[in-house]
Write a protein that binds this ligand. Structure first.
Ligand SMILES: [Zn+2]
Ligand SMILES: [Zn+2]
Length: 412
């Protein structure tokens, strides 16, 4: 097997994913993202222009640097239609956030437009040939459109991007695929998720309690995936549900590509029931309603801050965190210390704060099971800051590699 690879970012960290991968002389770049921290961090410079970019999904830690590349080269970007449309939306949002916060970003709107022209769209099961290597797209079960790439040359290589093997409301979980060399994400190495059904049940019950007692259920969400999942769950309550922020546009994109959803009719119904907030005066109406679903998921920006300012003295209300809160974010501060910065420094707020784990990633045991199902000779762990915890459970059965960023690996 003639395989060389090097991570430009995203090996021992979550964010900045960029993997230069050569198989039998065909050169690929798997994902090209940056870390949307404050300030953002970026992957290292590419060592060569790839023959083809393989983009697993739209999250900016995987797609955020695509416009930078496309503004400077002719290389095609292979992805599914939802990944293209969502990456475009998130790239424009990145530019907006960078401007608001005075951070530099290595591209502008014209690069984003150019990137859109270089996308090569394919469905799950679709394939492309690069030299003697066949590339095939497989569902990753992470969010709609998220893809694992199978590369078949003299040996079979699988790059997972972000994966989930558990069914969610939005997408079916993915399944292992036999391969010789596996690149697998390790976000949740050493950590397990509670049962999905149990989490959903507790979430709905608590939302009901809060609203029945006259409080508001304030649900900060990520625009892609979590917004739709939460809306589908909340549709069952029959409460007045307002949707604010970028999730509105994401709904439209996902409903335009129903083939990538598990049950498009359910999402259509749920979004039809939700009231869309458009303009500031509707925010007052929403704040008097029963449930508010809005970006940003980590409380660092977006309409969520407006709602928290309006409701910060309301003891009956409750903030339902539904996603992982990265260190250094407002969401983490609220979760751990009960404090939040609404623009004038950290302060205590009256609403309760609760956390529900609706992760779209495999937990530790699911990752181990996935690797065993693929049965590779070698496993490369990436996209994790605690990869060793996963390696411990794999080392007896597989050769496990944990390269650092910029470490060149040559497999004979
Ligand atoms: Zn992701
Ligand atoms: Zn990721």
């Amino acid at each position: 097997m003639s395989v060389n690879f090097m991570f430009l970012g995203g090996a021992h960290e979550v964010g900045n994913v960029a993997l230069e991968l050569s198989v039998d002389g065909a050169h690929f770049l798997c994902d090209y993202g940056y870390a949307p921290s404050r300030p953002p961090t970026f992957p290292k410079t590419m060592s060569r222009t790839p023959d083809l970019v393989l983009l697993s999904h739209c999250h900016v830690d995987h797609s955020g640097m695509i416009p930078h590349l496309s503004g400077r080269s002719e290389t095609s970007v292979l992805a599914t239609p939802p990944t293209q449309a969502l990456s475009e939306l998130l790239a424009y949002d990145s530019i907006k956030v960078a401007q608001n916060e005075n951070y530099g970003l290595p591209y502008d709107g014209s690069d984003v437009r150019r990137a859109q022209e270089l996308f090569d769209l394919a469905p799950y099961g679709g394939n492309r040939e690069v030299k003697s290597v066949e590339v095939r797209l497989r569902s990753a079960g992470h969010i709609p459109g998220a893809t694992m790439f199978e590369l078949e040359g003299s040996k079979k290589v699988l790059f997972t991007g972000d994966i989930n093997t558990v069914d969610t409301r939005l997408v079916r979980g993915t399944k292992p695929r036999p391969c010789d060399l596996l690149f697998v994400e390790s976000t949740y190495a050493g950590r397990e998720h509670p049962g999905r059904e149990e989490t959903e049940k507790r979430f709905i019950e608590r939302v009901r309690e809060v609203v029945d007692r006259g409080g508001k259920a304030i649900v900060p969400v990520f625009a892609v995936g979590r917004t739709q999942e939460v809306l589908m769950l909340l549709a069952r309550t029959g409460f007045e549900t307002w949707l604010d922020g970028m999730g509105q546009k994401v709904n439209r994109i996902l409903l335009d590509e129903p083939g990538f959803l598990k049950e498009p009719a359910l999402l259509r119904k749920a979004e039809g029931r939700a009231r869309y907030v458009r303009g500031e005066y509707l925010r007052n109406a929403a704040a008097r309603g029963e449930i508010i679903v809005t970006t940003g998921g980590m409380l660092d920006g977006g309409p969520i801050l407006t709602y928290l300012r309006k409701l910060k003295d309301d003891r009956q209300s409750c903030v339902f965190l539904t996603g992982y809160q990265v260190e250094g974010t407002n969401g983490r501060l609220l979760m751990e210390k009960g404090l939040i910065d609404l623009g004038t420094g950290p302060e205590r707020i009256a609403p309760k704060v609760e956390f529900y784990d609706f992760s779209a990633h495999c937990g530790h045991s699911e990752l181990v099971e996935f690797v065993k199902g693929c049965g590779p000779e070698k496993v490369v762990l990436f996209h994790g800051d605690e990869r060793e915890k996963l390696a411990v459970d794999l080392e007896n059965d597989f050769e496990v590699l944990m390269p650092k960023n910029m470490e060149k690996v040559k497999l004979a």
